[in-house]
Design a protein around this ligand. Sequence first.
Ligand code: TXA
Ligand code: MG
Length: 305
Amino acid sequence: MSEPTDSDAIQAAAEAIRAGELVVIPTETVYGLAADATNADAVRRIFAAKGRPADNPCIVHVASKEQAKQVAEVWPESAECLAATFWPGPLTIVLPKADHIPTVTTGGKPTVAVRMPDHPLALAVLAACGVPLAIPSANRFTELSPTRVEHVPQAIREAAAIVLDGGPCRVGLESTVVDLTADPARILRPGGIGRFAIEGVLGAAVEIGGTERRAPGMYEKHYAPAAKLVLVDRLPNGLPGLALESAGEGQIAMPQDPVAYAAQLYDALHRLDQTGVEAIFVERPPATPEWEAVHDRLAKAASGG
Ligand code: TXA
Ligand code: MG
């Protein structure tokens, strides 16, 4: 069990952020590496710590809808409806950026991705520091995102002034990213909020996936364990339901419910990966829409491995 994080730790994290330092923060999706989104030098340190290309933009996290309106240049009715329905929560909205958000934060783009996370510690730090936070996942570029504080790699810990432990992340996959600067709106990265839920709120169909405006979550080899990930229809001697297996390390039985599966996927991959195996075999989940985000991450982890 992790120690409950007290208000002193929250204040210390907020002070470090205001001083331009980095802090590892839990969110409901994955752990992130946070910096003041309005401080270009601080955000550059995030890119250095992650080994992340400068054109790969960070999501700007906010404490409220009001703060989101200050980060974006415009706040259309579609953003208002999505935020009212899904915030705080795993939905990221792309809009034209406000002038005071440095282009370092947005990877040189004229747009900004913004979300209000649904995690008490993240919200407490956001409230205490009073600035919007650039928070990419707290992993090295192309590696697996951390869903427990123990998954955060040493290189990221060393770059951070403070590491906050919030226990395991509830959602376990990164947020859905929806681009409202496209018409129709486009889902750039599937995640915790499904396309039908978004379409229901917008009252219109959305498009899915990449155009020439490729988002960095759409890079081919991404979210990958060090081991080669191989998707199979069924494991020989597979446990009932879905399972993950690495040679010599046995199987991990996975939930058959997509939400519960997503919450456990990265932890299972981290556990098998840490044993140093060469390959991890994963039973392919059903080809139905509720599994879209899981399929996306499995396909990316399997490509180029
Ligand atoms: O759940 C999450 O979103 C986590 C937690 C920490 O909040 N964060 C996260 O950030 O996954 P990161 O940096 O690992 O992924 C950022 C993704 C990119 O892959 C890209 O799809 C999108 O956000 N993104 C950011 N800014 C964008 C922009 N201006 N235009 C298009 N996509 C953008
Ligand atoms: Mg990431």
